[in-house]
Design a protein around this ligand. Sequence first.
Ligand code: FNR
Length: 182
Amino acid sequence: MSKKTIGIVVGSLRKASYNKSIANYIASLLPGEYEVKFIDISNVDMFNQDLEENPPESWIRLREEVKSSDAYLFFTPEYNRSVPAVLKNVLDVASRPYGQNVWAHKPAGIVSVSMGASGAFGANHHLRQTLTCLDVYPLQQPEAYIGNVMGLLDEKGNLVNEDTKNFLKSYVNAFTAWVEKF
Ligand code: FNR
């Protein structure tokens, strides 16, 4: 049987992104029966419905990568209590043209990561709201809000906090069990 592909979407373009650090750690925990693919969202043209007649190469590539994923793991910072525009843009681009939403009918995990104490709760739930509209099935429990992240990483951005490592291991177990239900 072919491996299931987990498409990882990180909603930050920052080189030293904390979300990327946590995403890398989770990717390293995924069992070998999964193919892990980071979906590059850094150069996806802004959505403009007028471009749909002759879609940009970046849209075609993104839609293919989403389509070929069997499940998704989203990592999101919080920008002004919501998701960064760069993440919302790819959600919108791959949801169109109308009737060709390639995100649909697949399981997902949402991990929100912040320097603040709230663990990007607002972004996590705005993302959950959009995924509901896109007919994606996010894991409900456990929820993953990683707050005060700077204290959990070393100077190279590696996760060193043992409690968080253990929590993320249990999260991966729940996520893979969820993926296998589909
Ligand atoms: C932020 N940040 C932030 N943090 C938070 O907890 N709640 C918020 O509403 C916001 N709003 C916000 C807006 C904008 C425009 C920026 C640039 C930043 C801080 C944010 O969580 C922090 O920059 C993280 O480090 C971003 O994640 P990455 O890039 O490290 O993955």
